[in-house]
Design a binder for this molecule. Structure first.
Ligand code: HEC
Ligand code: HEC
Length: 322
């Protein structure tokens, strides 16, 4: 009997040592590096692209990179992802040193698609990647970043280095979070004459509504979004900028738990201005008002959501902490 206890204790001690070594290695390695590919690319910065890029960036980049102080994309501390450490979004203005003035078009596109900086440093999902956005939309974002738009005018503000938490290091070292492959073929835009197809593109690939509105970021399938756990049924836990917890809501057409009773007009008002029916309090960050979408685009999302299988997932709407 005593022998068995001794052996068990030894096994436990060995496990403790192995776990401690593993944790020390993860802590020391930090966020892993990979081999970054060189992409030869020169984008034509046409005025139409700059305009389209300004619209896309206003709803895809501003929420994290726009600073209240400088009124430019100089970055800020992202207290809403504090479980991943002390995270700062970066200065992405045209400044050659503090910003991204020295990055080539190819480096920017490669980073935005895969999450790998030119030196191979991987950036975890606290910076979302544009995996399936069309080449034309991607080129527009780059054209905007290069433009003379006031939000990207060179600015010398420096952001501190990120200090990722053990959790961020752990999840990236075990490969739960890893770079996306660079697309191996061109990505065309949607057929905008087909309302449902257009809405699908906006909701899945352009603004990735599904990524927040399904059950959990870790259970999303970015290659086949429909296979994400609880697709559009909400429940994904997030933090407001003040650090209050909330969950994304069920936006399938389920009449009881989702938005099945909403009219198209009510949906447009909610998505563009954050105003929901029955005078409930306005929608909170990280749900941003998508006010630069045209009504037609929001109606396209609505038409698409009507084709998505209903989910019965009940999400409690937490408005108490306001
Ligand atoms: C949810 C927040 C978030 C959003 C949205 C976001 N970013 Fe970022 N971004 C970050 C964070 C955080 C970093 C820094 C990560 C790090 O250093 O590990 C970053 C880094 C970058 C970098 C690298 C800069 C450098 O000097 O290393 C570029 C370029 C960039 N973002 C561009 C964009 C563009 C363009 C968009 C919109 C299409 C965008 N980001 C949207 C959070 C975000
Ligand atoms: C960054 C995460 C995120 C993204 C991306 C996102 N949402 Fe949301 N959304 C939320 C959160 C969180 C709430 C709940 C806000 C609250 O409770 O105040 C919400 C609420 C909503 C609601 C209100 C539902 C209700 O029952 O009141 C609608 C409609 C909605 N989102 C539609 C969209 C659409 C359409 C898109 C894409 C264009 C989108 N969301 C993208 C996080 C997100």
């Amino acid at each position: 009997m005593k022998k068995i206890i001794k052996v068990l204790l030894l096994i436990v001690a060995a496990l403790v040592v192995i776990i401690a070594i593993g944790a020390a290695v993860v802590s020391y390695r930090g966020i892993p590096k990979y081999q970054a590919q060189q992409i030869a690319l020169k984008i034509d910065y046409t005025p139409a692209r700059v305009e389209n890029g300004a619209k896309l960036s206003s709803m895809l980049c501003n929420s994290c990179h726009l600073s209240d102080d400088t009124k430019k994309l100089t970055g800020r501390e992202l207290s809403e992802v504090k479980q991943f450490g002390k995270i700062f979004s970066k200065n992405i203005t045209n400044d050659p040193n503090a910003g991204i003035g020295k990055w080539t078009d190819g480096e920017l596109v490669y980073f935005l698609r895969t999450g790998l900086r030119p030196d191979g440093q991987y950036v975890p999902p606290y910076m979302p990647k544009l995996v399936h956005i069309s080449d034309e939309d991607m080129n527009s974002i780059i054209a905007f970043l290069r433009s003379d738009h006031p939000n990207v005018a060179a600015d010398k503000t420096q952001q501190p280095e990120c200090e990722p938490s053990f959790l961020a290091k752990f999840l990236t070292n075990i490969g739960a979070f890893k770079p996306f492959p660079y697309p191996d073929k061109p990505i065309p835009g949607p057929d905008t004459t087909d309302l449902v197809k257009h809405g699908e593109y906006i909701a899945l690939y352009q603004y990735e509504c599904f990524a927040c509105h399904s059950q959990d970021f870790a259970k999303n399938d970015y290659f086949k979004p429909e296979l994400s756990e609880g697709f559009f049924g909400g429940g994904n836990k997030m933090l407001t900028r003040e650090g209050n917890e909330l969950q994304t809501l069920n936006i399938t057409m389920d009449e009881k738990e989702g938005i099945g009773k909403w009219s198209e007009g009510e949906f447009v008002r909610a998505v563009k201005y954050g105003l929901v029916p029955n005078n409930k309090p306005a929608l909170r960050y990280p749900m941003i008002p998508y006010s630069n979408l045209s009504d037609k685009e929001v109606r396209a999302i609505y038409a698409y959501l009507k084709t998505v299988p209903k989910q019965q997932n009940a999400v409690e709407r937490k408005f108490a902490q306001r």
